[in-house]
Write a protein that binds this ligand. Structure first.
Ligand code: COA
Length: 533
């Protein structure tokens, strides 16, 4: 297979400048992740530990196989929202390996708002369930939650993808044959009681686990019954009387040993299988990726330099290299798994859109998963492009991406603007996973363009005559600030527009796990129907 030959000089001043600029971005990312991993307020952590309870990520560590890695998703969900009081949105989700079986974990962080579910927590919870469904993963719920976050009840309770959506997904996952196991380590009140009640198997820890539809204060108000929480919904009630839980554990560690034993006995046909192909590291170190990405986001970089640092042996069968060069297409292997890569080198022209469409069809026919590396300002505009039919060519690409049935993965390695986000398999096109690098920018258009467009709209509209120069300057700076804030990757990841920010050097391993998950499954036949010619 052809091997990419890098044109990059790692001793050049450009490389060094890019690299040190990227190191700063990585430093910020790690600091923010460390803040989240710490948990809630110190007082809440102290109280949690004083009750003999284990911190949420340590809980997961006790369940997963020793020396296996855990792919945490959307670590920075809620970042910068809720006055900074909800690190990680109070919930940890991710994929871990238990007895060789990849499992989805959904675990409440009781040190953050009592583990209650804010809007971002619910979105993160449902997203984890979607991933479990699509990748056929058993799910382990580590429940320690105050249920819906009541002060924002209108944003978490009634709508389609609100709290009820978590139970809807549990029922659908069960119908799809996916085992679900709950470990009750704290409150499961009201709606929260359905998490264990909808699971296949439930372990409850005596003294800390409680399941009830209405807690003691509600029971007192409604029935004038006075009862304490343990007698109302503790481990004895549910394992001896109600049958809502199946096993009692006398401490957390016993519960984690039990959950491991349950997974060991699932008789699952979906254990991870390594690729049958030999795995070669890339010829160029993934650690160099920071030096590839231009410190100045307006200076383009060649996506082939990225591909060379992600694929096995930097081997890349580039397809149609001379045609539509603003999109690079080709096949290779990643951790031994076949993959079709579609990467941007700038604006998408008609030829590039057609080339990508054709390539997507081929990968579907050959059952090769697709990896989109997004770095584009969007589709070409202007008289020539319109006359050439960029709208219908872009539509072909968008349609091919939407109807493609092989697994799709997207990484935002730079700009993700306009319909380029859609054609390159943005969130709306349901990639199985979407990760972003900390230099990514996502918006309808860049701040520079938005400033001009919005001023033009104002000057072309009804308010044109009454708008002063000062007001135009104010409008410009408002628009610029809005676009800069909202296209920041932390703004995006906080809202779960992606499955997490990852470091460029981690990308190969993260994608390797994603591809390993889909390698266990069959893809249905695609049906592309009508392409406008
Ligand atoms: N909505 C909003 N905030 C909640 C909450 C909820 N459902 N559940 C807990 N919290 C908050 C508390 O207000 C408290 O906030 P603070 O730290 O800013 O004071 C924090 O979470 C911890 O709660 P606290 O009661 O002090 O902790 P605890 O460990 O003693 O008890 C629970 C935890 C979950 C058992 C208890 O808070 C509880 O019963 N919550 C309400 C459960 C409920 O009725 N839910 C109905 C949802 S439909």
């Amino acid at each position: 297979m052809p091997v990419i030959s890098s044109g990059l000089n790692i001793n050049s001043s450009d490389f060094k400048e890019n690299f040190s600029c990227y190191e700063e971005k990585i430093k910020i990312l790690r600091e923010r992740q460390t803040f989240v991993v710490h948990g809630g307020r110190d007082k809440s952590i102290e109280r949690h530990l004083a009750r003999g309870k284990v911190m949420v990520r340590d809980r997961i560590d006790h369940v997963v196989d020793e020396n296996s890695s855990f792919l945490e998703l959307s670590t920075l969900a809620g970042f910068g929202q809720y006055d900074g009081s909800a690190p990680g949105a109070g919930i940890v989700t991710g994929i871990g390996i238990v007895h060789g079986q990849p499992c989805m974990f959904i675990a409440n962080d009781a040190t953050v708002k009592g583990g209650s579910l804010l809007p971002a927590s619910i979105k993160k919870h449902i997203r984890a369930q979607e991933i479990a469904l699509e990748n056929e993963l058993p799910t382990i719920y580590l429940v320690d939650s105050g249920g819906a976050f009541l002060p924002l009840q209108d944003e978490v309770f009634p709508d389609r993808d609100h709290f009820g959506g978590t139970f809807y997904h549990q029922a659908r996952m069960s119908a799809a044959g996916l085992p679900q196991i709950s470990v009750v380590l704290g409150g499961c009140t009201a709606g929260g009681a359905y998490v264990p009640a909808l699971s296949d198997e439930v372990i409850i820890v005596k003294g800390i686990g409680r399941i009830f539809l209405g807690g003691p204060p509600i029971v007192k108000a409604a029935l004038n019954e006075v009862i304490d929480a343990e007698d109302l919904g503790g481990a004895d009630v549910h394992t001896l009387e109600s049958g809502v839980a199946d096993y009692i554990a006398y401490d957390e560690l016993e519960a984690y040993a039990k959950v491991r034993s349950i997974v060991e006995n699932l008789n699952s046909p979906l254990n991870l299988i390594g690729s049958d192909h030999s795995v070669k590291p890339p010829n160029y170190s993934p650690d160099e990726l920071g030096g590839v990405i231009s410190a100045d986001s307006r200076i383009p970089f060649d996506v082939k330099e990225i591909i060379a640092r992600i694929l096995d042996g930097s081997e890349f069968q580039e397809w149609k290299p001379r045609y539509g060069p603003s999109i690079i297409c080709g096949t290779g292997r990643l951790h031994g798994y076949p993959v079709g890569v579609i990467g941007n080198n700038g604006i998408i022209f008609s030829e590039a859109a057609l080339k990508a469409t054709h390539f997507i069809e081929m990968c579907n026919q050959r059952n090769i998963p697709l990896l989109f590396l997004q770095n584009t300002t969007g589709y070409m505009v202007g008289k020539d492009a319109e006359a050439r039919g960029i709208a219908k060519d872009g539509a072909k690409m968008v349609s091919a991406v939407a109807n493609s049935t092989v697994p799709k993965y997207t990484v935002l390695i730079g700009g993700s603007y306009g319909a380029g986000n859609y054609g390159m398999c943005g969130r709306g096109f349901r990639p199985r996973f979407l990760f972003s690098w900390p230099n990514a920018r996502i918006a309808t258009m860049s701040a520079d363009t938005a400033e001009t467009v919005l001023v033009d709209i104002r000057l072309g509209g009804l308010k044109a005559k009454t708008t002063s120069k000062k007001e135009i300057e104010e409008l410009k700076s408002e628009v610029r600030e809005q676009y800069e804030v909202q296209s920041d990757p932390y703004y995006a990841t906080s809202r779960i527009w992606d499955d997490g920010l990852i470091e460029p050097a981690q990308t190969r391993d993260v994608l390797g796990l994603c591809l390993a998950l889909s390698a266990r499954q069959e893809s249905p036949e695609p049906n592309f129907r009508v392409f406008r010619m």
